[in-house]
Design a protein around this ligand. Structure first.
Ligand SMILES: Cc1cc2nc3c(=O)[nH]c(=O)nc-3n(C[C@H](O)[C@H](O)[C@H](O)COP(=O)(O)OP(=O)(O)OC[C@H]3O[C@@H](n4cnc5c(N)ncnc54)[C@H](O)[C@@H]3O)c2cc1C
Ligand SMILES: C[S@@+](CC[C@H](N)C(=O)[O-])C[C@H]1O[C@@H](n2cnc3c(N)ncnc32)[C@H](O)[C@@H]1O
Length: 659
């Protein structure tokens, strides 16, 4: 079982030597050579992995994946990025996966990277994205997707064990083996071997005999080569073993779609815009079909949504998805206009009863304080700027978002052609292409189609079996008053209220599992006001009472779209009948793993079921779809990707013997 961090999270503790170079006080070792760090990185990791030649050989739609043990100051990453810019053609991409158990704080990172003025253009971009890097998988995107960094925050053995990727070149850089044996174990090398292929290479600064022997045992062929400066020898080599795959066919990666890199994405809410953005950044030509006159007209159209993290102290798959998705969304938001499109004013979840207070105490013990922290009532009031009756859990980097602005940001790439007033009613297969039809009108055709039309996905015959449900929700809009403008953070209990955007607060939200009617109703406004009363009667009183009459309140209603396990549905789709037939044996014996390949509907993908937290899960899900399609490292742990996989329902049905 992957998740639970076995040791409390710690940031790096640094000392600085007289030349201003960082030293780890945890490991009593240097981050890089204090004589010729740039030359050593370029020799040991870049040249010994033949990266100049390999970068130059990439074609415009190819990528190279580097894996690293020990991100540290990011020096190796930045040097690889710089080299990539010097050698790779436009369109080629670099994917860098690195692991870090003790991340540097931003001030230390800035100080360390200031040592390398020639890397400043890259270092600045890394520093700009160095936010919300919490434990688990964290994705950072640079240079419009040309450079992708998947940072695994936590222990190398644990997190590489959760990675689904194929790595082309390894950098082993985990402090000296004598000082940090954990980064040089046979178990970790076995994971690196699992993630390698026949052309994978490896470079490391150490020449220690047992490292060489253990790497050889794991399937690498390592040799000593001369080192630089004081270092006599270093190791370089390649993978000659066979990487074992233990994948179950229903979660295996489908073959990459044949034909040109063209995609239709149906639905221009958060899920559709995010999918289109992730594909467009990878050079796909995307047609984004939306039935309305503009993007973000349904669930993604509220004036304010909250970056609300409902976490579990047990680090469940959902909880880990949320921490990764939150980090990714939070970094994207840096590109939007603060105050109008989003605000990182923080989110306070009130400890409104004893059970909630207990849950919050467990969460505070399970997560780092820069993600969430317990506030007593006084501190909570000071943070929120209004009277409160309880303390709570505070998420300092969270806040509210204007979801249409995020959709617009994601949907604006030159490789995306947005087609409005286009309702796709039927999908047909024409040879190797998918076609989207409305009656007799062909709307678009492409090699790939991604369904991001929330619960409307069920109207297509290919995906009609997916268990998606609509839940009506209504928000209320409250004009700000002199007194309510004091609200300085989002406050949540059963409902939420946000600081004013354009002088209006959003108050949410109702849940109705049975209604199909999107007409605003006063009963839901009344229930939203009740939720506000529970958050703060004083804030309720501070808002103009005339404006609070449910009969006259303004608001907005839309449908959330949820799955039975509350995880989104993201990934490739199989043919339901053929799936049931291929794996029928599972209904007799759930432990069987037949060799029959999964009967994929080639090139058909789903991104839906984002429930009440699309702001957090939908953008990262766009990255997940793109990773499936381009055979890239997945942006989430393998078990999280499987927990979101469309095939999970068909599989469960078979295992419960209910085809
Ligand atoms: C009241 C309410 C409050 C919420 N509050 C929050 C919050 O605070 N924080 C948070 O993270 N999340 C919140 N959510 C949830 C969040 O809004 C959703 O998870 C997210 O918007 C889902 O995005 P989506 O793209 O999957 O769906 P949608 O935004 O519904 O987009 C689906 C799109 O597909 C289009 N479409 C459908 N069928 C077709 C077709 N056949 N052809 C072409 N186009 C089609 C639709 O027109 C629509 O534009 C809230 C939701 C509601 C309803
Ligand atoms: C030599 S430094 C890496 C230098 C880095 N590559 C650079 O470019 O700055 C080694 C890094 O490994 C990290 N580390 C040590 N043990 C680890 C473990 N078990 N899992 C993950 N990271 C670890 C350290 O915190 C440190 O940042």
């Amino acid at each position: 079982m992957p998740p639970t961090p076995d040791a409390p999270y710690q940031q790096a503790r640094l000392d600085w030597d007289e030349q201003g170079q960082p030293l780890s006080s945890q490991f009593a070792d240097v981050y890089f050579s204090n004589e010729n760090a740039l030359a050593e990185t370029r020799y040991v990791f870049l040249a010994n992995n033949q990266l100049p030649e390999r970068f130059a050989a990439l074609t415009a739609d190819q990528q190279l994946v580097i894996g690293e043990t020990g991100f540290g100051t990011g020096l190796n990453f930045l040097c690889a990025w710089q080299l990539f810019e010097q050698h790779a053609v436009a369109g080629a991409r670099l994917h860098f996966v690195s692991v870090e158990k003790y991340p540097l704080n931003k001030a230390d990172l800035q100080r360390a990277l200031a040592l390398w003025p020639e890397l400043a253009p890259y270092a600045e971009q890394l520093l700009a994205q160095y936010v919300a890097l919490h434990p688990g998988f964290q994705r950072l995107i640079f240079a419009d997707g040309r450079i992708v960094l998947t940072l695994l925050i936590g222990d190398a053995l644990q997190l590489f064990g959760q990675l689904d990727a194929k790595v082309d070149a390894w950098f082993l850089d985990g402090f000296a083996p004598a000082k940090n044996p954990d980064m040089w174990t046979p178990e970790l090398f076995a994971e690196l071997a699992r993630l390698s292929h026949a052309s994978t290479t490896l470079g490391t600064f150490t020449s220690t005999g047992y490292v060489r022997r253990r790497l050889n045992d794991a399937g690498f062929k390592m040799k000593r080569v001369p080192g630089l400066g004081k270092k006599w020898e270093v190791l370089k080599g390649g993978f000659i073993g066979t990487a074992e795959t233990t994948e179950k066919p229903w979660f295996a990666r489908p073959a990459q779609p044949a034909g040109p890199r063209t995609a239709i994405v149906i639905g221009a809410g958060l899920a559709g815009c995010a999918t289109a953005a992730s594909l467009a950044q990878r050079g796909w030509q995307v047609t984004l079909l939306e039935r309305h006159h503009a993007i973000a007209q349904e669930a993604s159209g509220n004036p304010q949504g909250v970056l609300y993290l409902k976490l579990s102290a047990h680090h469940t798959t959902l909880s880990r998805l949320i921490v990764s998705g939150y980090g990714h969304s939070r970094r994207l938001l840096e590109q939007l206009q603060k105050g109008q499109d989003w605000d990182n004013c923080g989110v306070l979840q009130l400890a409104f009863d004893t059970k909630e207070a207990q849950r919050q105490a467990q969460l505070a013990a399970a997560f780092p304080a820069d993600l969430l922290t317990n506030l007593d009532r006084n501190a909570a009031e000071a943070q929120a700027g209004i009277p409160l009756h309880a303390g709570g859990l505070f998420y300092p980097e969270a806040g509210w978002v204007h979801p249409p602005a995020l959709c617009a940001l994601l949907g604006q790439h030159p490789n995306i052609r947005l087609q409005l007033h286009q309702e796709a009613l039927e999908l047909r297969r024409d040879g190797k292409r998918w076609q989207a039809w409305n009656g007799e009108q062909l709307l678009a055709s492409a090699s790939v189609v991604v369904l991001a039309s929330a619960a409307e996905i069920k109207s297509f015959s290919q995906s009609s079996g997916l268990p998606l449900k609509r839940i009506r929700g209504q928000i209320s809009r409250l004009p700000a008053t002199e007194a309510s403008r004091a609200l300085s953070t989002v406050v949540c209990a059963e409902g939420y209220v946000a600081p004013a955007r354009l002088d209006e607060h959003t108050l949410g939200a109702s849940f109705d599992f049975n209604s199909d009617d999107l007409t605003l109703n006063s009963a839901d406004h009344a229930s939203n006001l009740q939720l506000l009363e529970e958050i703060s009667p004083e804030l309720c009183g501070a808002l103009n009472t005339a404006a609070l009459d449910p009969e006259y309140l303004e608001g907005r209603a839309a449908f959330r779209c949820t799955s039975p396990d509350y995880l989104p549905i993201v990934g490739p789709l199989a043919d339901a009948a053929a799936f049931a037939e291929a794996y029928a044996v599972l209904s007799k014996d759930a432990r069987q793993v037949p060799e029959t390949p999964c009967p994929w509907l080639d090139g058909l993908y789903i991104n839906s079921g984002h429930g009440s937290r699309g702001l957090i899960t939908a953008p990262l899900s766009g990255e997940l779809i793109a990773a499936w399609l381009d055979n890239e490292p997945l942006p989430v742990p393998a078990d999280v990707a499987q927990a979101c996989h469309p095939n999970r329902f068909a599989l469960r049905a078979l295992i419960r013997n209910k085809p």
